[in-house]
Design a protein around this ligand. Structure first.
Ligand code: SF4
Length: 116
């Protein structure tokens, strides 16, 4: 569990005050725990207007193939150039959906094969 307001000095407890060192400790604590924005990012919903507009599906096999004929089996966020996660990550950020994560098994119409 992550408690950003608790530190070794007891800062913010009933009878204490915070000095600069306390504040730096807290900042470093937060930084260590959220060193990737992904830590607190929610998954993109398929119903999100931008996601819906791009035909995003959390499961690429469920893509509307009649509407998105460019989709080919094997394409997925996890092997898309815009996927920000490391190899094997189940989900990661995508610049098209700032503040949210996409599933590695997902797909949208902006798919671009990694390395292509
Ligand atoms: S741009 Fe790529 S990583 Fe982002 S949602 Fe579309 S397929 Fe997934």
């Amino acid at each position: 569990m992550f408690y950003p307001l608790a530190n070794k000095h007891g800062c913010f407890s009933s009878n204490s005050s915070c000095d600069a060192e306390d504040m730096e400790d807290m900042f470093n604590n937060i930084k260590d725990n959220v060193n990737t924005e992904e830590h607190f990012q929610a998954m993109v919903a398929e119903t999100d207007p931008q996601a819906a507009g791009l035909g995003y599906k959390t499961d690429a096999t469920k893509v509307d193939k009649a509407k998105y004929s460019k989709y080919a089996a094997g394409q997925a966020c996890g092997n898309c150039q815009l996927f920000q996660g490391k190899a094997g990550a189940a989900s990661a950020a995508c610049p098209l959906f700032a503040g949210n994560q996409v599933s590695a098994k997902g797909w949208c119409n902006a798919y671009h094969k990694k390395g292509a």
